[in-house]
Design a protein around this ligand. Structure first.
Ligand SMILES: Cc1cc2nc3c(=O)[nH]c(=O)nc-3n(C[C@H](O)[C@H](O)[C@H](O)COP(=O)(O)OP(=O)(O)OC[C@H]3O[C@@H](n4cnc5c(N)ncnc54)[C@H](O)[C@@H]3O)c2cc1C
Ligand code: SF4
Length: 571
């Protein structure tokens, strides 16, 4: 029987008081901690009699080591880092500066190079980085300031005091598969914080609780997402130069799906390549891991990788909805940053610089609240004002309608993108509406049984073991690992829907969209349609796709026991 993770009841939890708790140690959370420390240092130097302490400022990070759960392309636009740490280039782990870029439109076997690179995809001066190493370095800067980073600790629940967010509860450790304490049980902490900052990245689990409790998504466009499936390859020298950037559109996607690929040349003949598939595709049989495999079979890509070796794999979702989908950023006792808030420029496939800048602005707001001794909604609303008058808003405003323009396919999307380019992002109307991607998934009855034009994107992929891989082989290269004896952190709120309705209506798409083989429909003659849902939570790479894309919205991802998850390195 499936047992799902939930905080144990009737447990006495250790209490800790905090000034600020930052949940999530990615670019946003780390930049926030670092900027707050800088402001406190400046204040303390000027006010010897009114010192502020950093002792009660904490960053919670669910991965065992800093940066281990981060996954990105990654090209770094250095704008915000230059503001946070002028001269950072001298010491940060930057693999190469971008010196060459190209955009291709692919057909099944052909390719057309765009005569000029569209301005949003010009990357000269940006840096190829590994987000894991970059965040690890940023985290070491935070630790040098005296701020404590608790790794292996997830924020599991928000604590409330009436309608004020009053901190977070961390994960219970040592709970068995039946959700019962084991001999090594350690209850999570109640971290009572004056200010709680959510920097959990895409589809944050606490952020989701907060958005739902206060209906923060009302009057906004629904957030939409893509999922990026990524492999790192070592290739023979001379194939691609360090700092070379290639984007592709078209094949293997058809005009009905949104997405595209990146190829970044890093140092030491390592290539980062991946495919982002918009999580608003119509066919529930589509498998994003398969999309990447089909992409690699294209002659242009296959020749780049020939003789090379795949060394790492991973996947992660990213928010695509743009400015109209950003929720209110602050309230009583709380702020939301980075990808958790949807501050990502999907046209440029870039969010790191925005996440960092949002962290810096949240730190300024938290500093003001600490000095005033007031973390009320009125003071923290300063964060919203700071974002609205910063270059974050300028950048996102220009692409506010970009993704929505593609809701009716590739060609109409290109048409809208063209008009938006000349109207400062407006296009045909000021605010394009949007639908949540899962609502665009069609029932099997409305689709061709043989898959039609999409047949090559559907269902599990076998792979040849050299250029292309099945999911489990790929997954092995993510290094993902969890304590096996714990309840499932993928919560299915009603498994009857899986076994009675979804299997017939959509063909159990969780088996396809999960890039880590977590969901399986197993033969069971006692089940209504001969299959029962089974889970392999230990495979999970924390991409959040299931939480986003399930057509009935009955899956909730919650953090597993802290420390579990992928072991990304160099990604
Ligand atoms: C495939 C892909 C390619 C991309 N390419 C680029 C690119 O080339 N350039 C670019 O600028 N941007 C790119 N992005 C976007 C960029 O990676 C994000 O915008 C950026 O990482 C957001 O930073 P963040 O700190 O908000 O979130 P994250 O980087 O996701 O960090 C969040 C952190 O919080 C932790 N966490 C989450 N929940 C909890 C919890 N409850 N408790 C404790 N810890 C928690 C996570 O483990 C993680 O370490 C890409 C994204 C993807 C998915
Ligand atoms: S179970 Fe969900 S979060 Fe985990 S890898 Fe699969 S789709 Fe991603």
């Amino acid at each position: 029987m499936l047992v799902f993770r939930k905080p144990l009841e009737g447990i006495e939890r250790p209490q800790m008081e905090a000034d600020v708790v930052i949940v999530g140690g990615g670019p946003a959370g780390m930049a926030c901690a670092l900027r707050l420390s800088q402001l406190i240092d400046e204040h303390n130097a000027k006010n010897p009699d009114a010192q502020l302490s950093k002792e009660n400022i904490y960053v919670l990070e669910k991965s065992r080591e800093i940066g281990q759960h981060c996954l990105s392309g990654a090209l770094l636009d250095p704008r915000s880092m230059r503001e946070l740490l002028p001269g950072f280039e001298k010491e940060a782990p930057l693999d190469a500066e971008v010196t060459k870029e190209a955009v291709y439109f692919l057909t099944k076997t052909g390719k057309f190079k765009l005569p000029i690179t569209p301005p949003p995809l010009r990357d000269h001066g940006n840096y190829v980085i590994s987000i894991n190493r970059f965040v690890k370095w940023l985290g070491s800067k935070v630790e040098e300031t005296g701020i404590t980073v608790f790794t292996g600790f997830a924020g599991s629940e928000l604590l409330f005091d009436g309608d004020r967010v009053a901190g977070v509860q961390t994960d219970d450790k040592g709970v068995d598969k039946a959700n019962q304490p084991k001999s090594n049980f350690e209850p999570g902490y109640d971290l009572k914080a004056r200010i709680t900052i959510l920097a959990e990245g895409t589809r944050g689990s606490l952020t989701k609780q907060l958005i739902s409790r206060f209906s923060l998504d009302k009057d906004r466009n629904p957030q939409t997402y893509g999922v990026g499936v990524k492999e790192l390859w070592e290739v023979p020298s001379g194939r691609i130069q360090a700092g070379e950037v290639i984007y592709t559109m078209g094949w293997p996607l058809t005009t009905k799906e949104y997405g595209g690929a990146w190829i970044y040349g890093s140092k030491d003949n390592v290539v980062s390549l991946g495919f982002v598939t918009g999580l608003d595709y119509p066919d529930p049989r589509l498998d994003p891991q398969r999309v990447l495999q089909e992409f690699k079979k294209h002659p242009f890509i296959a020749s780049l990788l020939e003789g090379g070796k795949m060394i790492r794999y991973g996947a992660k979702s990213l928010p695509y909805g743009g400015w109209w989908a950003v929720p209110p950023l602050a309230g009583d006792g709380w702020m939301i940053l980075g990808d958790s808030a949807g501050l990502l420029n999907s046209q440029r496939l870039k969010g790191i610089h925005l996440a960092i800048k949002s962290g810096m602005l949240a730190a300024e707001t938290a500093f003001e609240a600490l000095t005033k001794g007031d973390a009320s909604a009125a003071t923290l609303a300063g964060f919203q004002k700071r974002v609205d008058s910063s270059w974050i808003k300028d950048e996102l405003w220009k692409v506010r309608n970009f993704h929505q323009g593609f809701e009716h396919g590739f060609w109409t999307g290109m048409f809208h993108a063209g008009i938006q380019q000349f109207t400062g992002g407006r296009g045909l109307r000021d605010r394009y509406p949007g639908k949540a991607g899962y609502q665009l998934m069609k029932p099997l009855a409305d689709l061709p049984a043989n898959g039609g034009d999409e047949a090559h994107l559907l269902g599990p992929y076998k792979g040849n073991g050299k250029l292309t891989f099945d999911k489990l082989t790929d997954l092995y290269h993510s290094g993902t690992k969890h304590e096996e004896d714990q309840p499932s952190h993928l919560i299915i709120h009603d498994t009857n829907i899986c076994e009675q309705r979804c299997i017939k209506e959509f063909g159990s798409p969780c088996q396809n969209f999960c890039p880590a083989n977590v969901y399986e429909m197993m033969d069971d003659s006692a089940a209504p349609n001969g299959k029962r849902i089974s889970l392999n939570p230990s495979n999970c790479v924390h991409c959040k796709t299931c939480d986003i894309q399930d057509p009935y919205q009955i899956i909730t991802w919650v953090p597993p026991e802290g420390g579990g998850g992928p072991n990304y390195d160099g990604m």
